[in-house]
Ligand binder design. Structure first.
Ligand code: MN
Length: 243
């Protein structure tokens, strides 16, 4: 059975259409897949598994319907939603993935990653990433009252948006050496990530080996997702048109 890969939905009550479109996808096309991978930034924010936002809860319910229907669901944290825990897994039936994660299907190995760790030219962001991915920092954050976490997440989001606006576009894309490095270390010739919102398929030569880097897109305009079956992995729109 084929697998589908999505990323960067950034679901948020402020833009309810994306959440509705994703729920419709979960209740239709995703049902035909053997597995669905969500490679980070499913939500614009996730302040902990006690999150009580009704818009996000509707998405969690749809994820649960999908796994109850027999589809394997794998979720990787993004830079927006890095605080998923065991309660999220129990509620949705998802399995959380480490980042990066080597996935083997149809005899091929592909390295999955959200993509933010590859944007090494953005030094202020990488410092922030190191801080918030530290388990001790996460433990302290999750111990705060939910209302305080929501306030801090809002401030962090505003800071991130103004940082993104100030940074040169080039610094916000993946660093070619970081891409080569992650492929070399995992000893694979295929990489799939999101995060940059620049969907596409790129060829990378690492130590004389030709490798491929696929990038899934965000869901703000026309979602670009990946489909992986016995014919290989490719990018497509939601209705199956090759992208
Ligand atoms: Mn991201």
């Amino acid at each position: 059975m084929h697998a589908l890969v999505v990323s960067d939905l950034h679901i948020d009550a402020a833009q309810p259409a994306i959440g509705e479109q994703f729920i419709a996808f979960l209740d239709s096309d995703a049902r035909a897949a053997g597995a669905l991978y969500i490679l980070g930034d499913l939500f614009e924010a996730w302040i902990g598994d006690d999150d009580d936002d009704p818009h996000r809860a509707a998405v969690l319910d749809a994820l649960r319907r999908l796994t109850d229907g027999g589809v394997s669901l794998y979720v990787m944290a993004g830079n927006r939603d890095f605080l998923y825990g065991p309660t999220f897994e129990q509620r949705t039936g998802a399995m959380l993935l480490a980042d990066p994660c080597l996935v083997t299907r149809f005899g091929r190995r592909v390295l999955f990653t959200h993509g933010d760790a590859l944007c090494t030219d953005d030094l202020p962001y990488q410092r922030l990433r190191a801080m918030v991915r530290d388990p001790a920092w996460q433990q302290r954050f999750l111990a705060l009252p939910r209302s305080a976490r929501a306030l801090l997440a809002g401030a962090a989001r505003a800071g991130s948006q103004s940082h993104t606006k100030r940074q040169a576009a080039m610094l916000m894309d993946v660093n070619p050496e970081a891409v080569e490095d992650v492929l070399r270390r995992a000893n694979v010739d295929a990489l799939l990530h999101g995060h940059t919102h620049r969907p596409g398929c790129h060829t990378v030569v690492v130590d004389g080996r030709t490798c491929v880097r696929w990038v899934t897109g965000d869901w703000h305009a026309a979602p670009i997702i990946a489909r992986w079956d016995h014919q290989g992995l490719r990018l497509q729109t939601l209705d199956g048109t090759p992208a």
